[in-house]
Each structure stands twice: as C-alpha cells, then as structure tokens.
Design a protein around this ligand. Structure first.
Ligand code: HPA
Ligand code: ZN
Length: 334
C-alpha cells in the first residue's frame, strides 16, 4: 500500500460501534497499572505479553483478556484505559464511538460498579470537550455466566442508567444462545435501553435470528455467519439491521483463515448494512485505521466502499438525526 492510501484511510472520518474497552488495554499500560496497583502479572515483559497473543479461537483469547483486566482496580485506572483508547481515536480521526464495557469482569473481583462506570464516563466526557469525539456507552453481560447474574448486574447499574444507552451480550458464544438472556433484555428494554448482541461470530446463523427475534437487537455484533443462511441474508438486506464486523479480530481468532477470505465486502455489495470495527485492538493487532488498511490490502477495497462502510456506521449509530447529519457532513466534506 502507498503512503498516500494509508494516509487517506487514516484521515477518513470514522465511527466505531464495536469496541471492548477492556480489549483496548495495551501491554505497556497493563504493566504500568500492574506496578501502580501492586498486581502480579504472569509475564516478564511487554514483548512476552505480545508473544502470548497467538489465539486459535475465541475462548483462547477470552482467557487472556480476562486475566489482563485484573490490573484495573480504581477509578483512575478505568479513566486511563478509556482515555488511552480515545487518544488513539483522535490520532485516527475516529469522531464518534459506542464502546462496550463488561462490568461483571470487575464486580466479580470486588470492584464496585460505580468505580468502573465513573472512570469510564469521565474519560468519555473529557473526549467530547477536549477532542470533539462524541460517544454512547454500552453495558455488556457475560454470556458464559447465568441470566440471574445478568439481572443482578442490571439492578446494580440502574442508579447509573443515564451513563449508557444500550445493553449488549459478549464472551463465549457457543452453547450460550441469545435466548438464554431473554428476560434480562426485556427488563432492559422496559427501562428504555436499546439492545445489541454478539451473534454469529463462532455461533450459528440461528443465534442471529434469536438475537433479532428474542432480544430485539438494534444491531448484531459480528454476524458474519449470516452468510450461511440465505433467508437471513435477505432479512438483513430488507430490514437494514446493521452488523458490526471486526476484520482483524476475525482473522486473529481464526473465524476466517486469512483476510483474503473475509466476506465483509461481499456482504456490503449485497446490500447488507455492514460496518468495520476493531473489537479488541490491543489484542488483535490494530485499531480502526489498521482494519481499513487490512481490507484495502487483502480485498482491494475501493474508496467508495470505504466511504459506504462509514456511511453505514453513521446510520447504525445511536445518536439523534442532528448528530448523524453532522457526522455525515464531516465524512462528505473530507
Ligand atoms: N466476542 C465475544 N466476546 C468478546 C469479544 C468477542 O469478539 N471481545 C471481547 N469479548
Ligand atoms: Zn466483540
């Protein structure tokens, strides 16, 4: 790729709709926080951590990802984590973000919900005032845990409900279908929250159907396995329910063997509202720009396709029409 193409993709205004804040914890910050908090890491160096990031599937990754989060203890840690991600967004001209956080990863270690959400929210507010990056936060439930645990988390979250716009569902997909969480998602909707869910990353197309029909999601996270089900593909085209696709994540977790096999542009050309996102950038080798670069290098993505992907993200976002129009103007006047 030429430097000019790389710069064009980096400067293109971008929107991120699928990002786990805990997955943006870079090894350097992990070390800094481990030292500051007197937490022992099972690694000697940043290099050794990076070498451990060779995954063969989602569970391989999740085991290391939950271990990394152990260095996050106090409000300032959650602020620093979120702020580091937002600075990266600023460098890559990411102008609106809708990140996930996993409260149970922290509350199960004895950290209060309040510590987690106040640290994250303070950084998001600073990003808007200092960097001009707008955001909406999404609280995810861990699907390998019970629905009762998710209901308990929703109860703990209620005093802080103004800080987030939606609930989501992440962690180990296979064997944990969306409908396991029907009641807690219904409760969240009654509270006025929107819903999203990871589905069809490693799990079958059937899980995408139940995310849509049982959890009433506004977006499907990943959703790449929709291609196995022609009726579902037609439904996605007809309804324009967006998919938040994460190319580098999919190759690092062996959902696709190689980026040249990735189907995101096929789906785009078929009229599905697909978007491009980084998922867990500290673990998968790149942020938004690197994901767009990978598509340009391995799939010959055109400028028109890149712009359409961002247009899809604007349309899929949870901001009001006024902000959507501002984002669109920033994209088209670029
Ligand atoms: N899938 C499921 N759970 C996750 C992911 C993912 O890609 N990233 C962080 N938690
Ligand atoms: Zn994800």
């Amino acid at each position: 790729m030429t430097a000019a193409t790389h710069d064009w993709l980096n400067n293109l205004p971008k929107i991120e709709l699928h990002l786990h804040l805990e997955g943006s914890l870079e090894p350097e910050l992990m070390f800094t926080l481990a030292k500051r908090n007197n937490v022992e890491l099972p690694f000697e160096s940043v290099d050794q951590i990076r070498k451990a990031y060779a995954f063969s599937n989602l569970q391989d990754f999740l085991d290391i990802y939950y271990q990394g989060a152990n260095v996050l203890l106090v409000e300032r840690d959650f602020y620093d984590l979120t702020w580091a991600y937002l600075q990266k967004c600023h460098e890559q001209n990411v102008i609106h973000v809708e990140p996930f956080f996993d409260p149970q990863t922290h509350t199960d270690r004895g950290i209060s919900f309040e510590v987690v959400i106040t640290g994250i929210s303070r950084a998001l507010r600073d990003a808007e005032s200092k960097l001009g990056i707008t955001s909406r936060l999404i609280m995810c439930f861990l699907r390998h845990l019970s629905e009762e645990a998710a209901l308990d988390t929703l109860t703990q979250a209620q005093p802080f409900i103004k800080h987030f716009i939606a609930v989501g569902l992440d962690s180990s997909e296979k064997g944990h279908p969306p409908e396991k969480f029907s009641r807690v998602f219904e409760k969240a909707r009654e509270l006025g929250l929107l819903t999203v869910a990871h589905a069809g990353e490693e799990g079958p197309a059937k899980y995408i159907w139940t995310a849509i029909n049982d959890l009433k999601v506004s977006r499907v996270d990943h959703g790449v396995n929709a291609l196995d089900d022609p009726a579902l593909m037609q439904h996605l085209v007809d309804t324009q329910i967006p998919l938040t696709v994460c190319p580098l994540s999919n190759t690092r977790l062996c959902v696709f063997d190689d980026m040249s096999q990735h189907t995101v542009l096929t789906m785009l050309d078929q009229g599905v509202c697909v978007t491009v996102n980084s998922d867990d950038p500290a673990y998968f080798g790149g942020y938004m720009t690197e994901n767009f670069v990978a598509l340009a290098e391995s799939l010959n993505m055109t400028e028109e396709q890149a712009i359409q992907l961002v247009r899809n993200s604007i349309s899929a976002s949870f901001v009001d029409d006024a902000r959507k129009n501002e984002l669109l103007a920033l994209l088209l006047n670029d």
